[in-house]
Structure formats: C-alpha cells, structure tokens
Design a protein around this ligand. Structure first.
Ligand SMILES: NC(=O)c1ccc[n+]([C@@H]2O[C@H](COP(=O)([O-])OP(=O)(O)OC[C@H]3O[C@@H](n4cnc5c(N)ncnc54)[C@H](O)[C@@H]3O)[C@@H](O)[C@H]2O)c1
Ligand SMILES: [Zn+2]
Length: 433
C-alpha cells in the first residue's frame, strides 16, 4: 500500500496521439510541414487506385516547391498482406535512403508506410515485430523517420494510431504490429480528398468508425487490470477518460453526418460538411480506440476477412475476393453488443443515444444499441450479416478459432468470452435483420 492505494492493482492509463493539421486544402501544406523536419528525399506510399486520382502527384509537386525530392510507390495492396508489405519494404530498401515518408490513402496505405518506416529504420524483418503468438513482438529500439499520414478514407483512424494491420496469408489470419514508435509524426487530414470515395467505400469505412468508437467506449475499463510494470504496458490499455471523450464526440458526428456522407457525399459538388464531419469522427475515434482498444466485433472481423470465399464488394478492387475491414467489423457488431450489454449497460445506452438521439426507447434496453446499429447498416446498405458475404452455419467451427487467436483484442472485452459465446454470436449474425 502507498498513500492508501493498493499497488497490486492498475492505477495508470496511457494516452497518445500525433499532432494534427485538419481542414479543406490541408494536403497542399505537406511540403511546408515536411520541410520543418529538414528532410531532402521522401517516399510517397499509396495504392494504385488512389494514385490514379492524382493526389500523390499533387503532393510530390508540393514537396518539390520546398526542395524536397520524392518518389511515388503505388504498390500498396488494398488490405495489406505479409507478402505485399515485404515487397513494399524491399522496394524501399532497394531505392533508399529515405529521410521521411508520406502515406496517402486509406488504412492500407498508411499501415504499409508504417511498416516501411519501421523496417528501413530498424534492423530485422516483418515477422520479428508482429504481435505474439504469430510473430516475436520485437520492440523497435531506434527512432523512426518522420511519417506524415494523409488519409483519403474516413474510417480506420490509422493516421492517429500506433498500429499497422496485415493479413498473414499462410495462416489466413489478420494481425499486426503495435508500438508507439509507429504512430505518424503528423496527421494531415483534408476532407476534400474524400469527395471521390464511392458510397460503398464510404459506408464500409464509416462502419469501422462506428465500431471503433462503440467498442472503445464499452471496452473493459483501464484500471481493473493487474498492475503492469512500465515495460509491460501495451498500446491498448482499456477504456479510459481521455479515449471516452473522443469516442463520445465521434459518435455525435456520426449521428449527424454518416448517412449524408454516403448518400450526398460523392463528387465535386458533394456534401463537404458531411465529409468533414466523417473525417473528424474517424480521427477522433482513432484517438480513442488507438489507446483503449476494441473487442468482439474486431476480433470476429479477422477470421471473417481472412477466410473469405467468393465475396467481391462493389467499388473495391475486383481481382480477388475480400470482405473490407469496415464491413467485416460491422457484421457481428449488433450481436456482439447484445452480448456485452450486461457488463456495462449504461455505456451501451449512452452510445445508442449518441448515435441516434431521436430513436424511441425500446422496452428491452439491451436491444437499444443493436437496433441503432442495424438501422444504420440497413440505411447505408451494408450486407445483412455474415451469410450475405458467403458464410453458413457449417463455417462457424472454422471461424471461431480465428477469433480466439485475437487474445490481444479480447483482453479488453468487457466480459470474459468463451468459444461457445463466439460461436453463438456468429450463428446469430448470419442474418442481422
Ligand atoms: N492501423 C490502424 O489503426 C487500423 C485501424 C483499422 C483498420 N486498419 C486497416 O486499414 C485497412 C482498411 O483501410 P480503409 O478502410 O481506409 O480502406 P483502404 O485503404 O483499404 O481503401 C479501400 C479502397 O478505397 C480506395 N480509395 C481510398 N481512398 C479513396 C478516395 N479518396 N477516392 C476513391 N477511392 C479511394 C482504395 O484505392 C481502395 O480500393 C485494413 O487493412 C484494416 O485492417 C488499420
Ligand atoms: Zn477497425
């Protein structure tokens, strides 16, 4: 005991975020920002879809005005894999040295840039740094180079988080690297870049924001854990008062603008206010969950995406089947929130009220949040459950172990969860309405 505090119990939480530059036109100030780090040669990391829209070239031109040389690498795989990240790292090493990096794109480009930055500034290979039990969870000792993250989707919040997510192809599982050194040096968030996002991508990536905010807000609280030593502290510390603030605000912005961004956001004359709100919501939710963590919907999303059979979502690359991240996290969310309700009912009700302030109160309070999430999913045409992306009852025994492998994520689940619980959640998520 010290000053009346039991020091075997956790009393500490941690929180971090990068500096931000936010607003329409902010992407045109990247050269000025990069010049502040004294860099001469920069790699711009993007995917071919985003590159075709021209933003990376505009950024290269802007960098040149500040006498910064750059090259565009557009080989990012949409939803990166170990293979695609290794190829990106090989390219960057072969063409090096780089003084800094600019990521332009969605979570796929930003996460790939984080991996490139890590593996061109520190020794070792991708697998060394990947979370246990899949990798060795090696800690990067050395300082990384400046990385400016410029998101072109409103979703992942990767511009403000300290992790990078990838598919391990041989294991059909998604995992990641998480360490505070991966967090971008600066996030430049320009809602104008999202005016070209098709409704389907706006809907799926926006559901990622919903799940980040709600899962973080309902995650296990940061301090009922056993006390950790400083070197044991992980990026995801559980819900905490600072993350809660950002998540609450993200949910209010989603209530105001998500449907408008999907239905009115597309094209040069689209609804810029709705796009700005969504960009802010994505970053705010990232500043929340990126410190607190997520739980069952995200843990389930990994096998849903990793074991995809034939599903090809409209307006995503069609060369291979995929369940986009934001879609995969939403498909079991209604049922997961029914399951987590009894552990923190007030939080679930408050999240429902923030996301849908005008929704009538249902007789069964545990149904309030699932109903709000389902209303939204229907309105923005997210597929109706895991059945709609190709899974049947017969797949559940194969999906469950993929979820149970995500113990790092399930650690912040507000109540203990068993294989049987997860099997039940999958079974009841084959159709959500
Ligand atoms: N690091 C993190 O904290 C974190 C958090 C959540 C998700 N993720 C990861 O992020 C990835 C998903 O990222 P995402 O949802 O942002 O999408 P994405 O980066 O995979 O892009 C989706 C599609 O949208 C296109 N696109 C992107 N911006 C566009 C624009 N402005 N106009 C037109 N098309 C555009 C891309 O070319 C691509 O085809 C997944 O791999 C996921 O696991 C990372
Ligand atoms: Zn996510």
């Amino acid at each position: 005991m010290s000053a009346g505090i039991d020091l075997t119990e956790e009393t500490i939480f941690t929180w971090g975020a990068p500096p931000l530059k936010f607003g329409a036109g902010a992407a045109d100030e990247v050269g000025f920002e990069m010049s502040g780090y004294g860099v001469r040669r920069v790699l711009i990391v993007t995917d071919s879809g985003v590159n075709a829209l021209g933003a990376p070239q505009r950024i290269a031109d802007n960098l040149r005005r500040y006498k910064i040389e750059s090259e565009i690498f557009d080989g990012v795989h949409v939803e990166p894999t170990d293979d695609s990240m290794n190829k990106a790292v090989e390219y960057a090493r072969a063409q090096g040295d780089w003084d800094g990096f600019v990521a332009v794109g969605g979570g796929s480009a930003i996460d790939t840039a984080k991996a490139i930055n890590l593996l061109t500034s520190n020794p070792g290979e991708l697998m060394d740094y990947i979370n246990k039990p899949i990798g060795n969870a090696r800690v990067p000792d050395g300082q990384l180079k400046p990385l400016i993250a410029i998101p072109t989707t409103a979703g992942t919040g990767s511009e403000s988080t300290a992790m990078c997510v990838l598919d391990i192809l041989s294991m059909k599982v998604k995992t990641g690297i998480s360490h505070w050194r991966l967090r971008p040096t600066l996030a430049v968030i320009d809602p104008l870049l999202t005016m070209s996002l098709p409704p389907e991508v706006t809907a799926a990536s926006g559901m990622d924001i919903v799940c980040h905010a709600v899962e973080s807000y309902t995650a296990r609280y940061s301090t009922p854990f056993d006390r950790k030593k400083p070197e044991q502290r992980v990026t995801y510390c559980g819900s905490n008062p600072v993350s809660d603030l950002w998540c609450e605000r993200a949910m209010q912005l989603l209530a105001k603008s998500f449907r408008k961004a999907v239905h009115e956001g597309f094209g040069p004359d689209g609804n810029l206010e709705a796009r700005s709100d969504m960009m802010m919501a994505a970053t705010f939710a990232g500043m929340g969950f990126g410190n607190s963590g997520v739980h069952i919907p995200h843990a389930n999303a990994y096998p849903i995406a990793g074991m995809v059979k034939n599903y090809r979502p409209p307006n995503y690359p069609q060369d291979e089947p995929m369940v986009p991240h934001g879609m995969s996290v939403s498909l079991t969310a209604p049922e997961a929130f029914r399951f987590s309700f009894p552990s923190v009912p007030d939080r679930h009700l408050r999240a429902a009220a923030l996301l849908a302030p005008d929704k009538d109160k249902l007789n069964d309070p545990s149904e309030q949040l699932p109903a709000v999430v389902v209303d939204l999913m229907r309105d923005i045409e997210i597929p109706n459950g895991i059945g709609a992306v190709g899974y049947t009852e017969a797949d559940i025994p194969d999906l469950v172990p993929g979820t149970m492998k995500q113990q790092r994520i399930l650690a912040t689940c507000p109540r203990p969860v068993t294989e049987e619980d997860i099997a039940g959640i999958f079974a009841r998520s084959i159709e959500n309405w």
